[in-house]
Design a protein around this ligand. Structure first.
Ligand code: NZQ
Ligand code: ZN
Length: 385
């Protein structure tokens, strides 16, 4: 086991009815002005807005609304939120939504306390914020696991870069799986696949043998696969949705990453595809994963063979290479089975998208079993067409 330091500061309130039972109490620890941040309006339609507003007003809070946070949140939206938070001397940001709302608010929380531009600060000076407006989240769509970490994925439209930047980590997070009942079903599956991707991208990092984190990870991956299949049969299963909700947090709260250098090459490529096309995150990952893994699995055959056996239940074949490939094909078949797109065309990516630019702007990760070149990423993207 490699050395590690582990802490996760987010207090999690998991389960049905948690907001009603505990939010009022939690709010008493913060000042009077609360910024209620949300997306395009789903919380108006499913009753979450009224419920949260009722609690805020019962606690006597002054509410500043920050709405319209879009999927794949932009840097311009972050700046809008930071200005609003600063001008209103916000004491707490309450992010109510999916990963996009949570991510946007993590950076709003940091930018509001900074004089300098956070993007330039992190990307060019490599210094990171240490003062934040306190943040809490109420998750309404699961998959990213954003609620239990300090990373945020923001699209800088001017620079055509979608990148992970460091911001605030939530003090508290409400995870009520019942809130996910109104999420459009394709988004539920896309989110769950994002969780599987996070687990895989951690599993295929280094070191790749005899590691407790990987043993736990295999259980998470099997659980995600099993519960997606339950949802295909019973879309409203609270049990399956709650299992997926916790798996989502588990995949990104740091536990599976303990002692590991993660891979995340697929995410790096998907983020740039997102920067150029604004595609859906989980669906983009679904298209890229099989092509990427067919390409790299010969370089990590032993690990991919273990994945095939322990996650997909495939009997060992004559060689690790054969078993490894069977695992990748099982993943590809699963993606098709659960109705996610299997090509860029199916994902709705225009044929004239500059895939060369997507490839050339993708980060190359150190944890991947094969250090890719931009040319190889371009070939992988062509195979995805
Ligand atoms: O905006 P509203 O109206 O709320 O609608 C949203 C949005 O259209 C809708 N939705 C959310 N909860 C709902 C609901 N609709 C009905 N009922 C509800 N209860 O779902 C749509 C998608 O929401 P979004 O937040 O964009 O989805 P997701 O949670 O998948 O987040 C995606 C973003 O997170 C980033 C992605 O790159 C992408 O920008 N990621 C963040 C990570 C992190 N911070 O750790 C890790 C991930 O790898 C990922 O990159
Ligand atoms: Zn992801």
């Amino acid at each position: 086991m490699n050395n590690f330091i582990f802490e996760n500061q987010t207090k999690v309130y998991f389960g049905k009815g948690g907001v009603k039972e505990y939010l009022g109490c939690v709010l008493r620890h913060y000042g009077d002005t609360v910024m209620l941040a949300y997306g395009g309006g789903s919380i108006m339609r499913n009753g979450v807005y009224d419920e949260v507003m009722g609690i805020l007003s019962a606690e006597g809070k002054t509410v500043v609304e920050f709405s319209g946070i879009m999927p794949n949140p932009t840097y311009a939206k972050v700046q809008e939120g930071a200005k609003l938070a600063r001008e209103n001397h916000v004491d707490l940001i309450l992010a109510v939504g999916g990963g996009s709302v949570s991510d946007c608010c993590k950076i709003v929380s940091a930018q509001a306390k900074l004089r300098e531009d956070i993007w330039e600060m992190e990307m060019t000076k490599h210094t990171y914020p240490n003062r934040f407006i306190p943040l809490g989240t109420i998750v309404t769509a699961f998959g990213t696991g954003s609620e239990m970490n300090a990373g945020a994925v923001i699209t800088h439209e001017g620079k055509k870069i979608k990148a992970g930047i460091a911001g605030a980590q939530a003090d508290f997070a409400f995870l009520d799986p019942a809130y996910s009942m109104s999420v459009p079903f394709p988004q539920v599956i896309s989110g769950a696949f994002d969780t599987l991707s996070h687990a895989m991208e951690t599993y295929f990092g280094k070191p790749d043998e005899n590691n407790l984190s990987d043993d736990i990870n295999e259980a998470v991956m099997r659980g995600v696969i099993r519960n997606i299949r339950v949802l295909l049969r019973e879309p409203d299963s609270y049990e399956a949705r709650s299992e997926l909700a916790w798996a989502s947090a588990m995949a990104e709260n740091g536990v599976l990453k303990i002692g590991k250098i993660t891979d995340f090459q697929c995410h790096q490529i998907e983020h740039q595809l997102g920067a150029y096309t604004d595609c859906n995150h989980g669906k983009g990952l679904a298209v890229i994963h099989p092509a990427l893994y067919r390409h790299i699995c010969p370089y990590g055959a032993k690990r991919f063979a273990r994945f095939a056996q322990r996650v997909w239940g495939i009997a060992p074949k004559n060689t690790d290479a054969e078993t490894a490939l069977a695992g990748v094909e099982a993943l590809a078949a699963f993606i098709e089975e659960i109705g996610l797109p299997t090509s860029l065309a199916e994902l709705g990516i225009p044929g004239d998208t500059d895939l060369r630019a997507v490839a050339d702007s993708s980060n190359i990760t150190a944890g991947c079993c094969k250090k890719l070149t931009h040319e190889e990423i371009y070939e992988i993207l062509l195979e995805c067409r």
